[in-house]
Design a protein around this ligand. Structure first.
Ligand code: ATP
Ligand code: MG
Length: 471
């Protein structure tokens, strides 16, 4: 069988029977090698597969070591009795624990049946041939199998060539593979960003013509790939590729309006370009990268002009925080992460007047928390660097942070939680039910305590509450 792929205008034929065994040594952890040897000793075939082979050959440290074998899940369980956990037997996976509790997934060679939903195979058929297993894998560089005993790599799709050429290429016909499981399109973009590889032209074209199928994939699986893209060394590029191939509009439609919208003054580029720059500059921590990507998402909707005719985006941080919340909740990010990211977006225009008194600084730290302030500083710096702006007197976050550290070193910063009275006291004293009134009262008490720390006792705060009654 022959497969033809259009490449730079030339038809390139790829022989599906291409197969070679290359002697090479991969340093396999002892507990992994022991499992492979044990399986072979019992008359089965066993290979290290997937990301571990790819990463080892690239000189990167593998995240996890997977073994695939001709032994059935029952046989694997039997051979490793006592240390085998049937974690995904339906799909052929048994987890084998070593003495020091390192977990290795041992999966029976699989031949996937038809895919009618664009996500998962309808049936999984076990096979005794490793080639069946490699054929169902997503990309050529992920379809290499390492024979531990022989010290040899089995390469059926020129994955070694693609590793060398730094190319992500689908195994077989990319369109067919993306129609089987549409998440693979996003995995291609993610893997490219992590490894710094380009996507092969035929594979890229297949994403362009199948992008809509990503909508069949669960938000959780999409989220995992998006997160990995964002903390990769090529975050900005990967989001741009997602946009150009058509994937992004289905994943974060809120960003769509940013693609052509001006970021501000002439020469500042588009909101989209600017956001990608900030994303690349800020350190690779998920909540910071998400905040960077989405920080100006409210600009297109708030575009206006001030009296002098200059471009302004009044309230874009509030509108942006709401749009970001909508996007992040749809992607099923955890509530705590959503809260952090939206708070950063809502406050990203935060500036501090150098004339602010210590009490004011304490108040800011008490309301936002020191971690949020540090994150805001990072986001602001990245934002300004992306704009090519130097630090201004009211926006120099480094100077502000130094102030914060100084004030904090001279005494603890109080928050509502440190008050000598709590919400129940407030409800009782004011005769009000749980609700925003309680928070407001506590905030007023905190203000008073920040002014005069001596006030922080029940004896002094309860009378203050009495005074608030009816105000
Ligand atoms: P990572 O370093 O992120 O773990 P990985 O390549 O190990 O990368 P996994 O998601 O752990 O990725 O998957 C392990 C292997 O299983 C892959 O290398 C690939 O061979 C195969 N695989 C994973 N997901 C798919 C998929 N959707 N379609 C086909 N094969 C897949
Ligand atoms: Mg892996």
């Amino acid at each position: 069988m022959q497969l033809t792929e259009e490449r730079h205008g030339h038809a390139r034929t790829m022989d599906l029977n291409f197969e070679r065994i290359v002697n090479m040594n991969i340093e396999v952890p002892r507990h992994v090698a022991r499992i492979a040897r044990e399986l072979e000793a019992r008359g089965h075939h066993a290979y290290v597969v997937g990301g571990a082979v790819r990463d080892s050959l690239l000189g990167r440290t593998p995240k996890d070591w997977d073994i695939c074998t001709s032994a059935t899940p029952d046989e694997v369980e039997d051979i490793f009795r006592g240390s085998a956990v049937p974690t995904g037997k339906r799909y052929g996976t048994v987890t084998v624990l070593s003495a020091d509790r390192d977990a290795v997934e041992v999966t029976t060679f699989r031949k996937d049946g038809t895919y009618s939903d664009g996500r998962r195979p309808d049936v999984v058929v076990f096979s005794s041939d490793v080639r069946d297993d490699l054929a169902r894998r997503d990309f050529t560089i992920n379809a290499l199998a390492y024979d531990v005993l022989q010290g040899a790599v089995l390469d059926c799709y020129n994955g070694l060539g693609d590793l060398k050429a730094q190319v992500i290429r689908a195994v077989g016909d990319p369109c067919a593979r993306f129609r089987e499981d549409s998440l693979r399109m996003l995995r291609a973009v993610r893997l490219g960003a992590e490894l710094g590889f380009a996507i092969a032209s035929g594979t890229l074209a297949a994403i362009e013509s199948n992008h809509e199928a990503i909508t069949r994939i669960s938000w959780e699986r999409i989220r995992e790939e998006l997160s990995a893209m964002l903390i990769s060394p090529r975050a900005g590029d990967s989001i741009r590729i997602a946009e150009e191939t058509g994937l992004l509009q289905h994943i974060i439609p809120e960003l769509q309006a940013c693609i052509a919208a001006p970021a501000g003054p002439p020469g500042a580029g588009t909101v989209f370009d600017h956001s990608l720059k900030v994303t690349d500059i800020v350190e690779p921590v998920l909540h910071l990268r998400l905040a960077a990507l989405l920080h100006d998402i409210g600009k297109p909707a708030t575009l206006g002009r001030d009296a002098s005719g200059a471009t302004r985006f009044f309230g874009h941080e509030k509108v942006g925080a709401a749009l970001a919340r909508q996007a992040l909740e749809r992607l099923r990010y955890a509530g705590e992460l959503v809260r952090r990211v939206t708070l950063l977006i809502e406050r990203h225009m935060f500036t501090c007047d150098p004339a602010t008194k210590d009490k004011g600084i304490r108040r800011i730290v008490a309301t936002l928390g020191i971690d949020v302030i540090r994150d805001l500083a990072k986001l602001r710096e990245a934002d300004r660097t992306a704009l090519g702006a130097g630090p201004g007197p009211d926006s120099n976050m480094a100077a502000f942070l130094a102030r914060v550290e100084d004030v904090m070193s001279r005494g603890p910063v109080l928050s509502v939680r440190d008050l000598a009275v709590n919400g129940n006291d407030v409800m009782e004293a004011l005769g009000v039910p749980e609700g925003p009134q309680v928070g407001k009262a506590l905030s007023r008490l905190l203000d008073a305590v920040l002014e005069d720390p001596e006030l922080n006792s029940r004896e002094r705060l309860l009378p203050l509450l009495q005074d608030m009654k009816g105000t």
